[in-house]
Design a protein around this ligand. Structure first.
Ligand SMILES: NC(=O)c1ccc[n+]([C@@H]2O[C@H](COP(=O)([O-])OP(=O)(O)OC[C@H]3O[C@@H](n4cnc5c(N)ncnc54)[C@H](OP(=O)(O)O)[C@@H]3O)[C@@H](O)[C@H]2O)c1
Length: 304
C-alpha cells in the first residue's frame, strides 16, 4: 500500500521535471526566434540607414560599407545564441548540471568516508599505543632490596644492618609511589612511611591497618591496584620477594658485602634472566659499618 503511493509520487516528480524542462526549452527557442526576427528587421534598417539615408556613408573600412560589418557582427551573435539554444542548453541543461552535482557529491562522500576511516585508524593506533605504554608501565614493577653476600635480608622481623645511604636511596626511589609489602614487613615499621601509598598483602580477612593503608589478599591484586603508578615498588620481605621476582622487571639491589646470620633471604638472582645495568661501590665509613654497592638489574626478557 505504502509502496504504491511512493511510486505515484515518484512519477509525479518526473513528470513535473519533464514539463518544466519542456517549458524552459520553449522559452529559449521563442527568445531565439524573436532575436532572429529583430536581426532581420535590424539588418534591413542598417542597410536603409546607410544606403538610403546616407548615415555614415563615408565610413567604408577596406572599401566596404560599415553596415556590412555591423550585420556580420550581429550575425555572429545570433549564431552564438543559436549554438547556445541547440547545443549548450540541450546537452548541458538542468539534467547535466544535476548529474555533475551528483558526481561532485559522491566524490565528497568518498572523501568523507576516507577521512572517517583515517580518523578511526588513528584512534585505533592511539589505543594500541596506550596499551603498549600500559605494558611499559608494568615493565617498571621494581623490587627494591638490601641483601648480604649470602642474600640475607632480615632476622627476627628486623633489618640486620643500618646503612643511612641505603635508607636515603630507598626514600628517594620510592617517594610518591606505591610500595607493596608483606604483612610481616609492614609490621616491622613503627608507623607507615610518609608520602608513599602502602599496599599490604595478607591472607587475613580482618586485618586492621591505619587509614590510607591498602589491604589486599594477593600479590596480583596488589599489582592491579598500582596500575596507574609509573613505577610501583615491591619492598619485601622474603615471602613476597620470592613471588614477585618472576613478575618484576627491575631490581634495585643494595648488596652489602658481608655474610650475615639471618632467618629471611632474598632469592638468588639468576644472571641468565637478569642483566646488571648499573653498579656503584661505597666503602664503609663512620656512618656505614659495611662496604656496599648499589646495583640495578633489568630482566633480559620481560615475559620470563
Ligand atoms: N633487607 C631488606 O631489604 C628487607 C626488606 C623488607 C623486609 N625485610 C625483612 O624481611 C623479613 C620479613 O619477611 P617475611 O618473608 O618474614 O614476611 P613478609 O614477606 O614481609 O610477609 C609475609 C606475610 O605476607 C602475607 N603473604 C605472603 N604471601 C601472600 C600471598 N600470596 N597472599 C596473601 N598474603 C600473603 C602473609 O601474611 P598473613 O600471615 O597476614 O596472611 C605472610 O605471613 C623481616 O625480617 C624484614 O626486616 C628485609
Amino acid at each position: 500500500m505504502f509502496s504504491k503511493k511512493k511510486e505515484i509520487s515518484q512519477i509525479d516528480k518526473q513528470q513535473l521535471e519533464l514539463i518544466q524542462n519542456a517549458q524552459r526549452r520553449i522559452k529559449q527557442k521563442k527568445r531565439l526566434y524573436i532575436h532572429f526576427v529583430i536581426f532581420l528587421i535590424g539588418s534591413v534598417f542598417l542597410i536603409l540607414a546607410n544606403l538610403v539615408f546616407g548615415i555614415g556613408k563615408d565610413v567604408t573600412p577596406f572599401g566596404i560599407n560599415w553596415f556590412v560589418y555591423a550585420i556580420f557582427i550581429w550575425l555572429f551573435l545570433l549564431l552564438y545564441h543559436t549554438f547556445n539554444v541547440f547545443i549548450t542548453h540541450k546537452f548541458m541543461g538542468k539534467d547535466w548540471e544535476q548529474k555533475q552535482l551528483d558526481k561532485l557529491i559522491s566524490k565528497q562522500q568518498e572523501r568523507i568516508d576516507q577521512l572517517k576511516e583515517k580518523a578511526h585508524n588513528t584512534q585505533a593506533e592511539e589505543m594500541e599505543s596506550e596499551n603498549t605504554s600500559e605494558v611499559k608501565k608494568k615493565a617498571e614493577l621494581t623490587i627494591i632490596v638490601a641483601a648480604g653476600e649470602n642474600n640475607a635480608i632480615g632476622k627476627d622481623n628486623t633489618l640486620i644492618w643500618h646503612l643511612s645511604d641505603d635508607l636515603k636511596r630507598f626514600k628517594t626511589l620510592t617517594y610518591g609511589h606505591h610500595i607493596i609489602m608483606g604483612r610481616k614487613t609492614f609490621e616491622s615499621f613503627q608507623k607507615p612511611l610518609p608520602n608513599r601509598t602502602h599496599v599490604v598483602i595478607t591472607r587475613q580477612n580482618n586485618y586492621q591497618v591505619p587509614k590510607d593503608v591498602i589491604i589486599v589478599n594477593s600479590l596480583e591484586e596488589a599489582i592491579k591496584i598500582t596500575q596507574n603508578d609509573t613505577q610501583p615498588f615491591i619492598i619485601g620481605g622474603g615471602e613476597i620477594y620470592k613471588q614477585a621476582i618472576v613478575l618484576a622487571n627491575k631490581i634495585e639491589l643494595t648488596r652489602v658485602h658481608e655474610t650475615f646470620e639471618a632467618d629471611t633471604f632474598f632469592p638468588k638472582i639468576d644472571t641468565a634472566i637478569w642483566k646488571e645495568t648499573n653498579k656503584s661501590f661505597h666503602h664503609k665509613d663512620d656512618n656505614h659499618d659495611h662496604d656496599f654497592s648499589f646495583v640495578t638489574y633489568l630482566k633480559n626478557n620481560p615475559s620470563i
